[in-house]
Write a protein that binds this ligand. Sequence first.
Ligand SMILES: [Fe+2]
Ligand SMILES: [Fe+2]
Length: 151
Amino acid sequence: MDSETLGAAMEREHHEIDRGVEAFGSGGDDAVAALTAAIAALRRHIYLEEEFLFPPMQDELAIPIGVMLREHGELWRTLEALEAQLAEAGDEGEARSICERLLAQLELHNSKEEPIFYTRADASLGPEATAELKAFLGSGQMPAGWACRQA
Ligand SMILES: [Fe+2]
Ligand SMILES: [Fe+2]
């Protein structure tokens, strides 16, 4: 997998997160575990973008970065609503409908992020930072208590 670009690896993570959220909608034994993992993965993904991917592109892409940060804030609030709903362990229908909202927000967000940011990620960051972020995708951790810029 070492020849995979950072952009492709980030896109793959988008799909993995989608699958975890979709798994909850379709039920099954591991549905809650898959969703919980997807929530954590999405937070870490947003952390990586805001702290490491976007800053080197700030001069070139200030306006689209502003859009991405605003949408991260919306995603973050949806995750909080979803976690609150899961913690209550009450109405599963409500959690499903929040998952649908999350998937719609992700589609809108990722369909802009992939062509604008991921296609130029490797070139913009250079080989060293690219290798570091690829390693982070494997085993990196978001600092405890980190929240996105517009949470
Ligand atoms: Fe993003
Ligand atoms: Fe992303």
